[in-house]
Design a protein around this ligand. Structure first.
Ligand SMILES: [Ca+2]
Ligand SMILES: [Ca+2]
Length: 89
């Protein structure tokens, strides 16, 4: 891995009776800050981030995808994460 994109991940479980099952799950890895999910963190994402900056959970302006530390608000900590990833693709 190491790049944004979709990956198929296989999970295999074996129970105590020796029965085995495997499930393949597709996960999408994104750059923190890629709020429009197009593979980069650019001006379009900054525009989205700016509309939610300063808002917390419970507000219709709160965007949990911009709450990178998942503390129920979009504040300076989240801005640091966003700015650290700005221009990545
Ligand atoms: Ca983007
Ligand atoms: Ca936060």
């Amino acid at each position: 891995m190491g790049q944004a994109g979709s990956y198929d991940v296989a999970f295999t479980a074996t129970d105590t009776a020796g029965l085995i099952d495997t499930e393949v799950v597709t996960i999408t890895v994104r750059i923190p800050g890629d709020l429009d999910r197009d593979g980069d963190a650019d001006e379009a994402d900054l525009s989205i981030f700016s509309t939610t900056f300063g808002w917390g959970g419970g507000s219709p302006s709160y965007n949990p995808e911009a709450d990178f530390d998942q503390d129920e608000d979009v504040d300076g900590t989240d801005l640091s994460v966003f700015s650290g990833n700005f221009s990545r693709n």
